[in-house]
Design a binder for this molecule. Structure first.
Ligand code: ADP
Length: 565
């Protein structure tokens, strides 16, 4: 009888051929063998406690490497937990492939074990989904989900493999033929070349601008457009503003960085070149009162629909790296540069200097019990002290993330991961694990609120199990926004003696959690204690949790988002 190949091995082979190198997930019926076969085929499988964290990890891995990783889940509830990762990938436009086992096809509709119509469940969050009905459909389906997740505007794709299909096998020669055929018929979304007249229109409006601004975001990070953007900024002398995750594409300390003069930059610019960033809530929809009503946008985006939605003055559809390269070439042939003494550049740099020195005066104080600023300054200085390769910073929380965004410094591309487009809380540990696995030469430092940490704190065991160089710093103010801030008239009714909805156990010993698994924990409450914990843990490059006691009444409810509360 001809050599047979089982479905689990066929999926693993197809994944490696399609370029998948990493899987994040939780094993169980019916996918345990699929995980094992994938490892045996050369894929790294990182096993989590919860699919939610595994999904966040897989989405961040896709962003950092621009290649989709696989999120592997069991059927029913496992797939539902996985939706967290899939939806996060969709909202952030990051590549991700979720693969779930599902119940036997012939038992569907009869109340089978962990039965769910998973294709219907994933629908709002995917570019493409497919349920295979037979082992012969595996190769082409695997290539489709991998290729569509990673090309065009990246996003999530879903592959559903019923248990009975996973138990099928077929002759090896037929498997190889199907794999060859699938590889030949790949479906990568083509990238258009921008029309010359659109480029000319863009250059003309930028050249005529009196107060131009370059804005870039995580799409430019995905495109690895940092060298081209640096050239554009330096050749034209135009100030720039990164979005939160765009930070680091150019160093925060660059002389044309307008980050510390954000309100002035976006409020007064007359032309904004937006590269790989959506004019969504994070950029105030590009509308007044934050932006001037007459501002002309030049948007560079890989997604034609995004440009159609925002209706800019000029829309350049294409890959950011390629499009900015074309702009640079055109500008080089007929150069212009604002120069330091240009009125607009001077206004921005003066405002930056003023705001930075005001902030530094606040940061210079050693406030104990800790507010948010004092420990953030100490962490900033410790991170800067590490030099290059800079650590990847993971940040979440309300006040912790907001303060960290202004204080912590990014010097290298793709070294910041935060709550992102969706404001997703609970991403921290998953992002840490993805960052450590995607960039083994970098330390990973998470600066998290205690609430954000709590979503996935059990994954500290995963850090220890894989011995990842991750230091998690928990800003512990004993609650979602810290202490109980309710008005006395709200503390009534039969359950008035319950803890406030925002409260956690005061003084929670989060550092002991990691010690339960053999990692290193620190409890700190003073500048000296924090500095020595950072020095020791950064040089050890081993999993650690630093539990930083913060004044429960420092910071504000909802951080800087109170207007949306
Ligand atoms: P940020 O949160 O940093 O503002 P967004 O996630 O809102 O960024 O926007 C990223 C944008 O980048 C998306 O509209 C996406 O279509 C786009 N994008 C993704 N990849 C590329 C690429 N290679 N070139 C240009 N644009 C890209």
């Amino acid at each position: 009888m001809a050599e047979q190949i089982d479905c689990n091995l066929l999926v693993a082979k197809a994944l490696t051929l399609a370029g998948v190198t990493h899987m994040f997930g939780v094993v169980g019926i019916p996918v345990t063998s699929l995980a094992n076969r994938s490892v045996a085929s050369g894929v790294r499988f990182i096993a989590f406690h919860n699919e939610q964290s595994a999904g966040y990890a897989a989405s961040a891995f896709g962003y950092l490497t621009h290649r989709p990783a696989v999120l592997l889940t069991v059927s029913g509830p496992g797939a539902v937990h996985g939706l967290a990762g899939l939806s996060n990938a969709a909202a952030n436009a990051w590549p991700l492939v979720m693969i779930s086992g599902s119940c036997n096809q012939f038992d569907a509709g009869r109340g089978d074990f962990q039965e769910l119509d998973q294709i219907a469940a994933v629908k709002p969050f995917v570019k493409f989904s497919v349920k295979v009905k037979d082992i012969r459909e595996i190769p082409s389906s695997v290539f489709s989900v991998v290729d569509l997740a990673g090309s065009g505007r990246p996003g999530g794709c879903y592959l559903d493999i019923p248990a009975d299909v996973l138990h099928q096998s077929l002759p090896e020669s037929e498997a190889n033929r199907l794999l060859d055929e699938a590889e030949r018929n790949r479906t990568i979304e083509p990238i258009k070349n921008v029309a010359n007249d659109e480029i000319a229109k863009a250059i003309s409006v930028i050249r005529k601008a009196e107060r131009p601004l370059i804005v870039f975001g995580k799409g430019a990070g995905l495109a690895r457009a940092e060298d081209e953007i640096k050239l554009l900024v330096e050749r034209t002398g135009i100030p720039f503003l990164p979005t939160p995750m765009g930070k680091g594409l150019l160093p925060d300390a660059h002389e044309l960085a307008a980050t510390a003069a954000r309100s002035l930059a976006i409020g007064k610019c007359d032309v904004a070149v937006v590269i790989g960033a959506r004019l969504n809530w994070l950029l105030h929809f590009g509308e007044p009162p934050k932006w001037s009503k007459d501002v002309k946008f030049v948007i560079i985006d890989i997604d034609e629909e995004e440009i159609a939605l925002r209706k800019p003055y000029v829309g350049l559809v294409g890959d950011a790296k390629r499009v900015v390269k074309v702009l640079n070439k055109e500008i080089k042939d007929d150069p212009f540069c604002l120069g330091r003494s240009h009125q607009w550049v001077e206004a921005i740099t003066n405002k930056v200097r003023e705001n930075v020195s005001r902030m530094e005066a606040q940061l210079a104080k050693d406030v104990v019990p800790f507010n948010f600023l004092t420990p953030m300054r100490i962490i900033r200085d410790a991170i800067i002290g590490l030099g290059s390769p800079a650590p990847i910073l993971v940040s979440e929380g309300a006040n912790t993330m907001d303060v960290g965004r202004s204080v912590l410094v990014q010097t290298e591309p793709r070294t910041r991961l935060d709550a992102g487009t969706w404001g997703t809380m609970g991403v921290g540990l998953g992002y840490c694990i993805a960052a450590a696995v995607a960039s083994p030469d970098r330390l990973v430092v998470a600066v998290e609120g205690d609430s954000g940490f709590g979503f996935s704190a059990m994954e500290v065991e995963t850090l220890v199990r894989y011995q990842l160089p991750v230091v998690v710093i928990v800003f512990n103010n004993g609650g979602v926004y810290g202490g109980d801030r309710r008005n006395p008239e709200d503390i009534t009714g039969p359950y008035k003696d319950d803890p406030a909805p925002t409260s956690f156990v005061p003084g929670a010993a989060y550092h002991l959690l990691i010690e339960a698994f053999g990692g290193k924990g620190y409890l700190v409450g003073t500048p000296y204690e924090l500095k020595s914990a950072l020095t020791e843990s950064f040089s050890a490059r081993k999993p650690a949790v630093i539990n930083v006691t913060i004044d429960p009444f420092a910071g504000a409810e909802s951080g800087r988002m109170q207007h949306k509360n």
